[in-house]
Design a protein around this ligand. Structure first.
Ligand SMILES: *[C@@H]1O[C@H](CO)[C@@H](O)[C@H](O)[C@H]1NC(C)=O
Ligand SMILES: *[C@@H]1O[C@H](CO)[C@@H](O)[C@H](O)[C@H]1NC(C)=O
Ligand SMILES: *[C@@H]1O[C@H](CO)[C@@H](O)[C@H](O)[C@H]1NC(C)=O
Ligand SMILES: *[C@@H]1O[C@H](CO)[C@@H](O)[C@H](O)[C@H]1NC(C)=O
Ligand SMILES: *[C@@H]1O[C@H](CO)[C@@H](O)[C@H](O)[C@H]1NC(C)=O
Ligand SMILES: *[C@@H]1O[C@H](CO)[C@@H](O)[C@H](O)[C@H]1NC(C)=O
Ligand SMILES: *[C@@H]1O[C@H](CO)[C@@H](O)[C@H](O)[C@H]1NC(C)=O
Ligand SMILES: *[C@@H]1O[C@H](CO)[C@@H](O)[C@H](O)[C@H]1NC(C)=O
Ligand SMILES: *[C@@H]1O[C@H](CO)[C@@H](O)[C@H](O)[C@H]1NC(C)=O
Ligand SMILES: CC(=O)N[C@H]1CO[C@H](CO)[C@@H](O)[C@@H]1O
Length: 681
């Protein structure tokens, strides 16, 4: 055994210098079979030859590094070598003009950057190691979101980053068409762009050049004097890192060449893979596989390993503290059985906080909804579970009852009452619509208001929901509105990095002061409730990126209608005019009142409930006028800019999974198109 280990360690010791003989790369498109590229996150090499760093899924990152390190430095003199890189890329945003965050050509001391953060960190660093000289990180970022935290110059720039996300030098993306004319180039325009990065170790200059075609402009767009010798270690990995946040783009690399001490082989855009069009069907793959006995043995070993690992994974480890905490702690296998082993068919929805499965407890036959959340750190989990326990004691007919919980490893399972009629947003937006009439809507609104009032004032401590929105309003079999997911946002607020807090919420429901102060309050719940009121009355999402600019932001649009005296125009047309006009008007006005930009001007939930119960009458003259007027100067572009360009960070966007059975109901689902989560330091 010992000699074998010795052999191994000698071997691994030698393996770095041995494989570093490579001084040049040339990938005119990529192949599925290229095993010399190490991928992680959601990066993958597509069959069409494109290296996809991220697709347009929110809050993910992807890395692709050449598997072996390069020798970047002369070990005896300690001087960095010159290098040259060329690659072609494309950034295709999720919505036109709305995408993020960007990608970076990266030279790093490790090819494993899984500890980094997505969003504004571009998958390069995290809040803990940022700015640390021992990171040995060099990156050229192609950034499509303006992060004020990192002093970004705009939302379309190229920057040189050394051990940091604050660029040492940056320039708006563009190129020189001749020695004096600069042309702008929008990185996230979806077109193919070619880039050249050259470092001259004699002049100590790094140049970055981009172009919409393969003819290289004679002047670089960014030129920075720096000696990379202290930054580089002798062996460094070279590749790409990309990330998405609240705003997501697909980041593609179409071809890549690289060379140490020489000019990278030139790439020709016309011979590189072209971008995928709208979703294509997969053509059948024909693979010739010769099944040798070796393969059989291999698969036997594989299956055996899989079974062993599975067994280990299924073993439930219960820590002492877990036994001290009420409410009910379910056994993992009990929930597994209840949900048919977390069968895809039982999936009710997929949300920012995790997946939700429908289940039936075998003993009691009770129908439940099981939310499965993966948490980053065990420590935060304990804290969170105690909070769940305290929240579990909350009882109100307009809250979704939390029945219990279970932890396995980093997975947290939360068990709720099953809500037969699914979530409110399904009724408001899903096609084909099952239209709720006005009486039903009003009952739901009133229910949610009294649930929220209970959270704010009815319990021994103030509970702030933090994520009031249509998809968190669930409907029981009698179509009562019940708030779900209360308190869950806390989990994300205690992020894995101590010292960072994140603002959790959903775009369009997020009170404007929140990103600034980072402090959730009852008044921020009221803001979100206001957005919900407008949403229910108008049958439209608070932000509709696909609508015309005037109509995109629901609050602004309703306010416009209100000022022009035709506010009933904003009412959901599918109500077909069948509603109590006074009530609808009141709800719209109340929505505007709650959505006031100034927290102090918003009513409390107690007042809101009085208005809804008809015990108090809304002032005729909305005092919001002034506040809204000050905001009216802000156009849609600026509004988008104000969130698109700051470092908001999506929990994730969510999608329904239809399980194919007509009439199947959803329990707890989260379907906000854009969920917000921003890290502030
Ligand atoms: C990468 O691997 C592919 C296939 O395994 C091979 O054809 C190619 O030459 C390799 N490229 C480099 C730069 O090592
Ligand atoms: C993005 O990639 C992930 C992982 O490959 C996949 O699960 C997801 O469906 C993809 N999303 C889109 C929008 O293509
Ligand atoms: C490294 O530096 C030493 C001393 O400056 C020099 O003699 C040697 O040629 C260099 N090696 C390479 C590979 O550049
Ligand atoms: C920098 O990183 C090193 C190694 O990870 C660590 O020991 C050191 O404390 C860090 N320095 C700072 C200032 O965070
Ligand atoms: C680059 O920026 C980082 C952080 O802003 C700073 O610590 C470092 O000294 C800069 N390096 C150079 C070479 O300018
Ligand atoms: C290029 O972009 C800059 C800001 O980044 C802007 O000031 C300038 O007007 C743009 N030029 C053109 C030709 O669009
Ligand atoms: C960088 O660009 C400057 C012109 O701005 C040029 O003089 C220099 O040779 C370039 N260096 C490299 C390594 O491309
Ligand atoms: C590349 O683009 C530049 C600027 O748009 C243009 O002047 C040049 O003719 C183009 N070259 C080719 C080969 O298309
Ligand atoms: C309504 O409010 C505005 C501004 O607060 C004020 O100027 C106006 O006189 C008020 N109108 C009535 C009828 O109270
Ligand atoms: C509108 C709607 O879908 N209502 C349903 C709510 O749930 C009950 C019980 O499952 C059904 O009977 C209703 O049809």
């Amino acid at each position: 055994m010992f000699p074998f280990l010795l052999f191994l360690s000698v071997f691994s010791f030698l393996s770095i210098p041995a494989s570093s003989q490579v001084t040049e790369l040339f990938f005119p498109g990529f192949k599925h079979t290229d095993t010399n590229i190490t991928l992680d996150g959601i990066a993958q090499i597509e069959k069409n030859g494109i290296l996809t760093l991220t697709n347009a899924t929110n809050r993910f990152m992807g890395h692709a590094f050449y598997s072996s390190p390069f020798r970047f430095k002369n070990s005896s003199s300690g001087e960095a070598f010159s290098f040259s890189a060329s690659f072609a890329f494309a950034i295709v945003p999720e919505y036109p003009k709305l995408g993020g965050h960007g990608f970076a050509f990266t030279i790093a001391s490790s090819k494993d950057l899984r500890g980094a953060l997505p969003s504004q960190y571009l998958g390069l660093l995290n809040a803990g190691n940022i700015g640390n000289f021992s990171d040995h990180l060099f990156a050229v970022e192609f950034d499509t979101v303006q992060d004020f935290e990192f002093q970004d110059i705009n939302d379309n720039h190229i920057g040189i980053n050394i051990n940091s996300m604050t660029s040492n030098a940056s320039a708006p993306a563009g190129y020189y068409s001749d020695s004096s004319t600069k042309q702008n180039l929008t990185l996230k325009s979806g077109i193919r762009i070619q880039a050249w990065i050259d470092y001259d170790s004699v002049q100590n200059v790094i140049n970055v050049t981009i172009s919409p075609n393969s003819s290289r402009p004679s002047l670089p767009i960014l030129s920075f004097r720096v000696d990379l010798s202290p930054i580089f270690q002798e062996f460094m990995y070279v590749g790409f890192s990309a990330s998405t946040g609240l705003l997501a783009s697909a980041h593609y690399v179409l071809g890549w060449s690289f060379k140490i001490n020489g000019e990278a082989q030139s790439l020709d855009l016309s011979s590189l893979p072209s971008l995928p069009g709208p979703k294509k069907k997969h053509t059948a793959l024909t693979i010739g596989v010769s099944v040798s006995s070796a393969l059989l043995v291999l698969s036997a070993i594989f299956i055996a390993t899989y079974l062993i690992i599975k067994q280990i994974k299924d073993r439930e480890v219960i820590e002492d503290w877990e036994l001290e905490i009420g409410p009910q702690r379910y056994r993992y296998h009990e929930l597994k059985k209840a949900t048919n082993n977390f069968n895809e068919k039982m999936l009710l929805g997929r949300g920012g906080f995790g997946q939700v499965f429908k289940g039936t407890l075998k003993d009691s036959k009770l129908e439940i909804a099981v939310k499965r959340i993966s948490h980053e750190s065990n420590q935060g989990l304990r804290e969170f579970v105690s909070e769940i326990a305290s929240i579990g004691r909350l009882r109100h007919r307009n809250l979704v009852q939390l029945l219990g919980w279970c932890r396995r490893g980093k997975d947290l399972l939360i068990v709720y009452d099953f809500m037969a009629n699914g979530s409110l947003d399904k009724f408001l937006f899903d096609e084909p619509k099952i239209v709720l009439n006005w009486e039903q809507r009003y009952k739901i609104i009133k229910g949610v208001a009294s649930g929220l009032l209970y959270l704010h004032e009815g319990y021994e401590q103030v509970v702030i929901h933090r994520d009031v929105k249509a998809s968190n309003v669930l409907l029981d079999s009698e179509l009562n509105g019940r708030l779900g997911d209360f308190g869950l946002a806390r989990l994300y607020e205690h992020g894995s990095n101590p010292g960072t807090t994140r603002v959790v919420g959903t775009l369009g429901y997020l009170a404007p002061e929140l990103p600034r102060t980072g402090k959730a309050a009852t008044s921020s719940d009221v803001y979100a409730f206001g957005a919900l009121l407008l949403e229910v009355a108008c049958g439209r999402r608070p932000i509709e990126p696909k609508a015309t600019p005037e109509e995109s932001v629901l609050i602004d649009w309703v306010w416009d209608r209100f000022r022009e005296g035709d506010v009933l125009e904003a009412v959901d047309p599918s109500l077909d005019g069948q509603y109590d006009e006074g009530q609808v008007l009141m709800v719209l006005k109340l929505g505007l009142l709650c959505s006031n930009d100034t927290p102090m001007a918003r009513p409390s939930m107690r007042q809101v409930v009085r208005y809804l119960d008809g015990e108090a009458v809304l002032p005729d003259n909305l005092s919001v006028a002034a506040a809204f007027d000050s905001r009216k100067g802000i156009g849609f572009d600026e509004f988008l800019h104000s969130f698109a360009s700051s470092s908001f960070d999506g929990i994730s966007s969510t999608s329904f999974k239809d399980n194919g059975h007509a009439g199947t109901s959803f329990a707890s689902v989260s379907t906000s198109p854009l969920s917000l989560l921003r890290e502030t330091r």
